[in-house]
Write a protein that binds this ligand. Structure first.
Ligand code: FAD
Length: 375
């Protein structure tokens, strides 16, 4: 019997995960990417695989499944990862109260511990105990280097699965399972998957318009490699992250904490800033981030946002070097209702997978397996 065929448009993490899930189901897959390599959200992120940010149930299970797939891929393809875990620190009692409640809620099902001022140093030597009064440590979070991983996975997939990549070709039109690249070239397949990230303009713009999509712009910074092979340990997050991730909504004390932030840190809230840092295999510290929502964003980096991020980070951490080597912005697509993704068929045999927001690295592999199983 002839193999069924599929075309995936976009070689970001969603496209890669979709291609893998299709190949596992016996499809012969072509991925068409408009750039010579993926340079979108999937290489611009922290590389945090972050189950702790996911609420209990389906999303948390999906995050664990995705992490397990990442580990298998990384092990087989020789891609670096580090299971350093995460540390959310408190500078004030109200933050500690939230962490305490989150711990009580998670303690039976997740690998969490409450740490005192001395213990936080053991998992994250960078933690600034002059200001930190305790923290919540979770063993489950893992760091990859997104720039290296997203570049290495295609070669591994080509070798391991029936997946081929076509680089540097923009798909301009899809009709009746025919995918057009410019005016002279087209490719045909039984199924077509559009994994185009923040590009809502090119393919099926009406379909994108019918969903409540927006684009989130984030500012990020990266230090130069830390001196003397110095290691920061667990990925570090300040109190502002507690109001960012839905999983922390289990804490009743969050309401008062939010009110205090609104009164005392309104500038941080205005720019959607929460402060996180993690270390990659080159020894650099990736630092972020801010969140601005619009359909079209300014092209420029706002220096004030970066200063706010670094000022906050300096309160919770003492890095050997905070010399910044790289700054950039990235964008991801996000749904403005409570949905965590869309899986939608705008035409027979054509599917759009999009809208994973700030959790695409954490959720894509698991989500793609679930979605492809339904076809
Ligand atoms: C700054 C930042 C930090 C983040 N941190 C994290 C994190 O630590 N952990 C986490 O889980 N998530 C994080 N995220 C979210 C995560 O990066 C995204 O959810 C994910 O990368 C989205 O993947 P994607 O494949 O949809 O998009 P993209 O990576 O943008 O890929 C879409 C691809 O489609 C291609 N494309 C589009 N249109 C066409 C066309 N017509 N023809 C051909 N190719 C096309 C584009 O060129 C692009 O390569 C972060 C995001 C950002 C921006």
């Amino acid at each position: 019997m002839e193999k069924r065929t599929a075309i995936v448009i976009g070689a970001g993490i969603v496209g890669l995960a979709t291609a893998r899930a299709l190949a596992l189901k016996g499809f012969s897959v072509k991925i068409i990417e408009r750039n010579d390599k993926a340079v979108g959200a999937s290489i611009r992120n922290f590389g945090m695989l972050w189950p702790i940010g996911q609420p209990d149930g389906e999303l948390y299970e999906r995050a664990l499944q995705t992490k397990s797939i990442w580990k298998t891929i990384c092990d087989k393809a020789g891609i670096w990862y580090d299971e350093v875990g995460s540390l959310h620190v408190a500078q004030e009692q109200d933050e500690l109260n939230v962490l305490g409640e989150v711990y009580e809620h998670f303690k039976n099902d997740r690998q969490v511990n409450m740490l005192n001022q001395i213990e936080v140093i053991k998992v994250c030597p960078v933690a600034n105990t002059k200001n930190i009064i305790g923290g919540l440590y979770c063993k489950e979070e893992m760091i990859i280097n997104p720039v290296q991983a997203i570049e290495a996975i295609p070669a591994y997939f080509e070798e391991k699965y029936d997946i081929d990549f076509i680089w540097g070709k923009c798909v301009s039109f899809v009709s009746d399972n025919e995918v057009y690249v410019g005016t002279n070239e087209s490719h045909e397949a039984d199924l077509v998957f559009i994994c185009s990230g923040t590009d809502f303009e090119t393919l099926y713009p009406e379909a994108f318009k019918s969903f409540q999509f927006t684009k989130c712009k984030l500012q990020m910074l990266r230090t130069i490699a830390q001196p003397n092979n110095w290691k920061m340990g667990a990925a570090l997050c300040g109190g502002l992250s507690l109001i960012h991730y839905k999983s922390f909504a289990v804490a009743g004390a969050l309401k008062d904490l939010k009110l205090r932030y609104q009164n005392e840190m309104s500038e941080y809230l205005d720019w959607g800033i929460h402060v996180m840092a993690c270390q990659n295999n080159i020894g650099q510290i990736t630092i972020g981030d801010s969140h601005e929502y619009a359909n079209t964003h300014t092209a420029f980096i706002n220096e004030k946002i970066n200063k706010l991020i670094i000022d906050y980070l300096s309160k919770i951490a003492n890095f050997p070097s905070l010399k910044i080597g790289e700054v950039w912005s990235g964008q991801y697509s996000k749904l403005t209702n409570a949905d965590t993704e869309i899986f939608y068929s705008p035409a027979p045999g054509v599917y759009i997978i999009n809208g994973l927001g700030g959790a695409g690295m954490t959720l894509s592999f698991g989500l793609a397996e679930e979605l492809i199983a339904t076809i």
